[in-house]
Ligand binder design. Structure first.
Ligand SMILES: [Zn+2]
Length: 94
């Protein structure tokens, strides 16, 4: 038995990043603006807030790209796009 879910792109708002080293999870609100760091606008963190180890460089770049799409997406388009998935109750993913 599994649970199926459908979510509109407009309903997505938070993105979480889990540190592969210590398991600290940081949740970012995609409705917020970028942060200016060293004259560069960034959204995704480059290092873990818990253990301070650097994430793989693709993590911040990917979260930044996702954030740009989220901020640029017209609401009418977001209503038309949905994601669907299944959750197996025995799965380790939560
Ligand atoms: Zn960490």
């Amino acid at each position: 038995m599994h649970t199926e879910f459908i979510i509109s792109l407009n309903d997505l708002r938070f993105v979480s990043i889990e540190c592969p080293h210590c398991g600290t999870r940081v949740t970012l609100d995609m409705s917020r603006e970028d942060f200016s760091v060293g004259g560069r606008n960034v959204f995704g963190p480059e290092a873990c807030a818990g253990c301070r180890k650097a994430f793989d460089s693709t993590v911040a770049r990917s979260v930044d790209a996702l954030h740009r799409v989220y901020k640029d997406l017209p609401e009418a388009v977001g209503k038309c796009i949905t994601f669907s998935g299944r959750r197996d109750p025995d799965s380790a993913r939560s």
